[in-house]
Ligand binder design. Structure first.
Ligand code: PBG
Length: 401
């Protein structure tokens, strides 16, 4: 049975389906123009088909006999805000900042709105973010090639860029919590988070990333950062055993109050591309260094493996666990939240930022609502803290709302 109905602007054909529970299916004559009969304005009731399984209430109106109606708890903003399960606040954010030794700021092509800062500009940015309620920053250095080496010894130079940046922030903003990245890649002439062996015994006939030799360097790096005043050191290298080794190093030197946030489930992801441009830290192609970081960062196909990493890191003394990247890995955040009781941080990484910026700049996404939604979804998945390049902007949006 077929019946011609006139909906506003678009003729559609309603086909009565008598089987099962379905009422009718509306098929637009011009596909894509009208997918639902939402705009229906049927004034002539005589053309209406009877729908015997729907009822009529005492006022003569249509009645779908449905007692539980979840929409009632969504009917106005007062109720919606009463029953809202998650909220994202500027205090949840950690703001990543790129710094360099030049005397000008350098924009980062794939991260519009982000730049490599001079130390003065970094301080200004920290102050502005702090005024908006962002209490934590994490620093990433762009190191000149002349200071890079395979063993990355510049990473524990007490007069290096990072120690100077830390102490200048702590001097001016003692209440801002300064987080550091513990990994060799910004200082490595191989573009790796660890020391590369000179043999060709590794994956694909390339050099190996030497675990224990790297951990020794990471301990020196973390100690140097703690001495400069870092509040939180966050190893992002994925070497085995580094959390315990760094904890012991810090403790035995009197830095029992310095926290360790472990990049616990860090995946070998394509979403770090813009970050590696920002630091010029991508694996080098002209050496025997492996072309990627797959022998230490995790396979994006795996989730149970993240539970092993989490159990080890907690046992070794991590104060917080991080999942990275963020948006494609919300299930990992959720799983870690179930398994452990330490807080979870999510890293909304450079590639995720680049995607949202590009879509916003093209007018394809509303930047403010889509970014705030993405950040809220990290909380819903189980993240307590969020590292995001949007931290200052999002804090401003939250304050304005
Ligand atoms: C390196 C490090 C990376 C990021 C943070 N620390 C890159 C990598 O592992 O290659 C990526 C962050 C981002 O993409 O925003 N230890």
């Amino acid at each position: 049975m077929s019946l011609q109905l006139t909906f506003i602007g678009t003729p559609v054909t309603a086909r009565k389906e008598f089987s099962g529970d379905s009422v009718f299916v509306c098929t637009p004559k011009r596909p894509g123009r009208l997918s639902t009969p939402r705009a229906a304005a049927i004034t002539d009731r005589s053309v209406r088909e009877p729908l015997p399984h729907l009822r009529v209430n005492e006022k003569g109106g249509i009645w779908v006999p449905q007692r539980a109606r979840p929409r009632r708890n969504r009917k106005n903003e007062g109720l919606r805000s009463m029953v809202r399960e998650n909220i994202v606040l500027p205090a949840n954010f950690i703001y990543p900042l790129f710094i360099h030794t030049e005397d000008y700021n350098q924009p980062i092509g794939a991260m519009p709105g982000c730049e490599r800062h001079t130390l003065d500009s970094m301080l200004k940015e920290v102050g502005e973010a702090h005024a908006l309620g962002v209490n934590s920053v994490v620093l990433f250095p762009k190191i000149p090639d002349s200071l890079k080496s395979n063993t990355a010894d510049e990473c524990y130079n007490p007069d290096g860029l990072i120690p100077r940046a830390i102490s200048s922030i702590k001097a001016k903003y003692p209440n801002v919590s300064v987080w550091t990245d513990v990994a060799l890649d910004p200082y490595s002439d191989q573009g790796h988070d660890g020391v590369v062996s000179s043999d060709n015994l590794g994956d694909g006939g390339k050099g190996r990333i030497l675990n224990d030799e790297t951990v020794e360097q990471l301990c020196r790096q973390a100690l140097c950062q703690a001495r400069a005043g870092a509040d939180v050191v966050s190893p992002s290298d994925m070497m085995d055993g580094r959390i315990g080794a760094i904890r012991d190093t810090l403790d035995s030197h009197g830095f029992t109050d310095v926290s360790i946030v472990s990049y616990c489930a860090k995946y070998a992801s394509a979403f770090y591309g813009p970050f590696r441009e920002a630091l010029d830290s991508a694996p080098r192609e002209d050496s025997n260094a492996p072309a990627n970081k797959k022998t230490y960062q995790m396979d994006p196909a795996n989730s149970r493996e993240a539970l092993i990493e989490a159990a080890l890191d907690v046992a070794e003394g991590a104060d917080m666990l991080m999942v990275k990247p963020g948006m494609p890995f919300l299930d990992i955040i959720f799983r870690l939240k179930q398994q452990t009781s330490v807080p979870i941080a999510a890293y909304h990484v450079s590639g995720e930022y680049a995607m949202m910026k590009a879509a916003a700049q093209n007018g394809w996404l509303d930047e403010r609502t889509s970014v705030l939604e993405a950040l809220l979804c990290f909380k819903r998945a189980g993240a307590d803290a969020i590292l995001t390049y949007y931290a200052k902007q999002a804090a401003q949006w939250i304050q304005d709302s």
